[in-house]
Design a protein around this ligand. Structure first.
Ligand SMILES: [Zn+2]
Length: 272
């Protein structure tokens, strides 16, 4: 018998009855693709002072005065974002959408992997690193992840001084007005995106999957409580400690990349 077979079956039973389930994804699902989380000890983000470089102003200041300091971490981030691929957890969510079970994926991740796995309805509350927004006219442009990262890496390799001017040349420019573009992501102190839509999907869902999220980062962490209050059953998948154990109807202490394909497999078997 597979690990946590009882919990996997219970989750499958709930989802088989669902027609507009929602999924709320945290950094754990990206970590399974090799993109380390903010709080992993020794992880990439752990070595950055986010109070300093996590804001747009702070980041610009460090880039202006001491850009070389960020380079080792910057290169490691490029590596992670270039080499990552959507994992079986991302793919299983896309499967559930195609099966008419899952409505919306709400993700806190900025890596575009849920789109790449084939999901259609994705709310990215922290934005998307590969969608650029023009600082001049506000125009948006979506870039292909791997070619963009490869291009930046190649230009970075040719740099001599890591000066601000050199670094600015890495940043794409707006096709309409020529101004610099920045990634359309939520930095520290900035408001999260599409929160109204995320709350609406959480209130209206008929089951809520809470996946790889610690539940520390508010306001997004309030979303599963909204679903619970409206009577939706809560399925939590997370091998790590998190804030949602108390409201879970089913708790699967496994990686999403193992648990979700197993749940999808059960549903397919039972549907035959
Ligand atoms: Zn523009």
């Amino acid at each position: 018998m597979a690990r946590y077979d009882k919990e996997i079956s219970q989750a499958a039973e709930i989802l088989m009855k669902a027609k507009r389930a929602a999924a709320f994804c945290g950094s754990g699902i990206s970590a399974e693709s090799g993109i380390s989380t903010f709080r992993d000890p020794g992880g990439i983000w752990d070595r950055l002072d986010l109070a300093e470089v996590g804001t747009a102003d702070g980041l610009m200041s460090v880039l202006a005065h001491d850009p070389g300091r960020l380079m080792p971490v910057f290169l490691e981030l490029l590596d992670a974002f270039e080499n990552a691929d959507a994992n079986p957890g991302h793919a299983a969510l896309a499967d559930l959408e195609r099966m008419g079970i899952l409505g919306t994926v709400i993700t806190q991740n900025i890596d575009n992997l849920q789109h790449e796995a084939g999901s259609g309805d994705v709310i990215e509350v922290h934005g998307n690193l590969f969608r650029m927004v023009c600082l001049g006219c506000g125009a948006q442009k979506k870039f292909e992840r791997k070619p963009l990262v490869a291009d930046i890496r190649q230009k970075l390799g040719l740099m001599k001084y890591f000066s601000l001017a050199e670094l600015a040349a890495l940043v794409p420019r707006c096709g309409a007005c020529g101004a610099l573009m920045r990634p359309d992501i939520v930095m520290f102190g900035e408001a999260v995106k599409d929160l109204d839509r995320a709350f609406e999907a959480s209130r209206e869902c008929d089951a809520m999957l809470v996946l790889g999220t610690s539940g520390i980062v508010y306001p997004a962490a309030a979303l599963p409580y909204e679903s619970k209050q409206k009577g939706a059953p809560i399925i939590v998948v997370n091998p790590n400690e998190n804030a949602f154990f108390d409201i879970s109807d089913v708790y699967v202490p496994m990686k999403t990349g193992e648990a979700l394909p197993a749940i999808v497999g059960k549903i397919r078997k039972k549907a035959l």
